[in-house]
Design a protein around this ligand. Sequence first.
Ligand SMILES: Cc1cc2nc3c(=O)[nH]c(=O)nc-3n(C[C@H](O)[C@H](O)[C@H](O)COP(=O)(O)OP(=O)(O)OC[C@H]3O[C@@H](n4cnc5c(N)ncnc54)[C@H](O)[C@@H]3O)c2cc1C
Length: 389
Amino acid sequence: MTIVDTPERRQLRELTRAFVTREVLPHLDEWERAGEVPRDLHATAAKIGLLGVGFPESVGGSGGDLLDSIVVTEEIIRSGGSSGLVAALFTHGIALPHIVAACGDKAGSAAAGPQHLIDRYVRPTLAGTMIGALAITEPDGGSDVAGIRTCARRDGDHYVVNGSKTYITSGVRADFVTTAVCADFPGSGTLSLLVIEKGTPGFTVGRRLEKLGWHCSDTAELSFTDVRVPVANRIGPEDTGFLAIMQQFAAERLSLATQAYATAQRCVELAVKWCRERSTFGQPLASRQLIRHRLAELHTRAEAARAYVHDVAVRVAAKQPVVTEVAMAKNVAVAACDHVVDAALQLHGGFGYLRDAEVERHYRDARILSIGGGTTEILNEIIAKGMGL
Ligand SMILES: Cc1cc2nc3c(=O)[nH]c(=O)nc-3n(C[C@H](O)[C@H](O)[C@H](O)COP(=O)(O)OP(=O)(O)OC[C@H]3O[C@@H](n4cnc5c(N)ncnc54)[C@H](O)[C@@H]3O)c2cc1C
């Protein structure tokens, strides 16, 4: 099964492509140097309905589902954007779903539940006037989600939060952070999710972390010292945080899988263009059988990854139980991407190693895709369990 290209989705692709061409490409290098994307980009994307794709209108979104979000992600990268840009501009894709799910179905009506979380955080974020982040990972470890040590002790109508988080995407700019905390003792595994606002006493944003890639996406360390968070800012019932995190992992993993195959597709395009234009020993590179077969093989890998990710995404959208398949889809797409970015850079020769080359950015950006949202090794563990091992 593939994601059907309906007339609405073709329009969505055109809208995304026009947005990237007009609003992103002229500035992307500058944002990469600045280490972040400007806040007004969020407002611009919201205004044309792009930011809210995949969120119901009842919470301020533009409607559409997971498959529409995949179309947007794919098109951003295919039209010259990057996975770093997707991470920075669409951080709400990981920061908001737990809140929306706790208030109803993400694709449905979202009527019940703590409406004030929707009004205070979800609507302004989808309108592009607030930025949210998701904080699970801690300095002591990220893969072992149940081992979280940031603790929230109940004190009347507040929680008192102590601990720290690291590698948090958009953490420098975020106005609020959907934060995983443990309820009992550090490492107890009884997790809850709290929305913690920037500016709350005791909540400090540490240094901006410098990285190999994703330069336009700010990444931060966060620390919490006796931070008083209203109980009303808890997402869902107490101790349901672990389940909520696991439930939302499917969408995050599919987004990362999409970023991976779309990066691979983009790099094949860049390599084909380069090999047509570049001549060595008196002939265009693309005229040599060795090079044409290399490009054919790269194209095949990228297209096969896309087809499998789409197939799994369609099954997730149909609410089929495909936890193992989601893990396989991410690993397949990331492996294809790693292979293709490396080969595409090689085909560019020395130019591929320069900051001026788009392929150089994809090569650096791609490296995180096998680490974020569950490492390849952790996903292999899920796959092995799915095999009954
Ligand atoms: C740029 C960037 C952005 C990020 N954004 C966010 C964000 O917004 N929010 C957030 O919460 N986190 C974020 N992360 C964190 C990311 O999710 C974690 O880095 C990831 O989950 C891995 O956790 P870790 O770094 O602690 O590695 P560890 O868990 O310490 O793992 C280290 C290595 O050991 C392997 N390993 C671990 N356990 C096992 C095992 N049982 N068997 C075999 N191998 C194992 C891992 O696969 C990995 O290779 C981000 C990270 C980066 C670099």
